[in-house]
Design a protein around this ligand. Structure first.
Ligand code: AMP
Length: 308
């Protein structure tokens, strides 16, 4: 059975960019990961938590993408995780204005019975103890375990993060986070150090400058699509992770060569997310859109050179 289990936040996001502001809209790491993975047609289940303030229309949207929400606990009287951020003019960096953990504070995840043998486990950005608990509830080790995290958890839960990191295969983080984690400025040196912390493969996301894939002594680079307007980068990293993990769960091939393809899927999907606020662009995305963009990615990096 092709399947992907995702754990991560399902959230309200309030976003400010040079182009405008939103009210509290649908966001969260698991939301973007799941919606991206749904484009790969792979059976996807989400483990997360929401409050009773979470509107049905958001649930309906996620279910319309065939996401199985049996593992999303709704806490009566609780408030959904809330994050607010403001982007700088270059759109490549942002300040977090608010992080309210709310129902995440006391969250004890429970993996539904039917989801204890997933092919691939995507541990999206969330408390490392929650990530670890999900991993521990599985009846078999998945073929691939991928983890994403951010500075927030490095600052507050470093030891727990280092502990869960020992059990994962692939880590996806952005360049600043890689520097923070390794205390190295050079990303190549950072990668060497991080690959000694547990994962055998590391992906460093560099926003509009693409992504680097490190595995043993191999490095691969996937560009980001040069877009005229980046409207809202929120969720790009998670969308990338959703495309990457979804592609691998679907193809069941965990070689370096196939991971190269997977990061191109991740990059192509992320290039859509940034075109509109929040999940708006992913919500309307068609298979044709994706194929067309994959084709553009192919020509973006394809060249012929004679070496003698
Ligand atoms: P990205 O832009 O891909 O790095 O992720 C943006 C998403 O991460 C937003 O939708 C937020 O709801 C979510 N998020 C922000 N802070 C955290 C956090 N500390 N833990 C988990 N998810 C978060």
């Amino acid at each position: 059975m092709m399947s992907l289990l995702v754990v991560g936040t399902v959230a309200f996001d309030k976003i400010e960019t040079p182009f405008g502001k939103t009210d509290k809209i649908l966001g969260g790491a698991a939301t973007f990961i799941g919606m991206a993975a749904s484009m790969l047609d792979v059976k996807t289940g989400i483990v997360s938590v929401i409050g009773d303030d979470f509107p049905d229309e958001h649930i309906d949207l996620m279910e319309s993408k065939n996401l199985d929400l049996a593992g999303v606990e709704k806490v009566e009287g609780g408030k959904t995780f809330y994050w607010s951020g403001r982007y700088h003019n270059d759109m490549n960096s942002r300040d977090t204005l608010v992080t309210e953990l709310n129902v995440l504070e006391n969250f004890q995840p429970e993996v539904p019975v039917g989801w204890r043998k997933p092919e691939v486990l995507m541990l999206g950005n969330l408390h490392p103890l929650v990530q670890k608990s999900v991993l521990n509830q599985l009846e078999e080790r998945p073929k691939l375990v991928i983890l994403d995290t951010m500075n927030f958890w490095m600052d507050l839960t470093w030891d727990e993060l280092m502990d869960v990191l020992k059990d994962v295969d692939v880590l996806t983080i952005n360049d600043e986070e890689a520097r923070q984690m390794s205390k190295e400025y050079s990303l190549v040196k950072a990668a060497k150090k991080i690959l000694e912390m547990g994962p055998h493969t590391l992906i460093i996301k560099k926003g509009e400058h693409g992504a680097l894939l490190f595995h043993e002594n191999n490095v691969f680079f996937a560009p980001a699509l040069p877009l005229e307007d980046v409207f809202d980068p929120t969720g790009a990293g998670d969308t990338f992770a959703g495309g990457f993990s979804g592609f691998l769960a679907k193809t069941k091939n965990y070689s370096f060569e196939n991971m190269k393809r997977a990061i191109i899927y991740g990059s192509a999907l992320a290039s859509f997310t940034v075109e509109k606020f929040g999940t708006d662009r992913l919500a309307e995305l068609t298979d044709e859109d994706l194929v067309e963009r994959l084709d553009i990615f192919k020509s973006l990096t394809n060249f012929d050179i004679e070496l003698d």
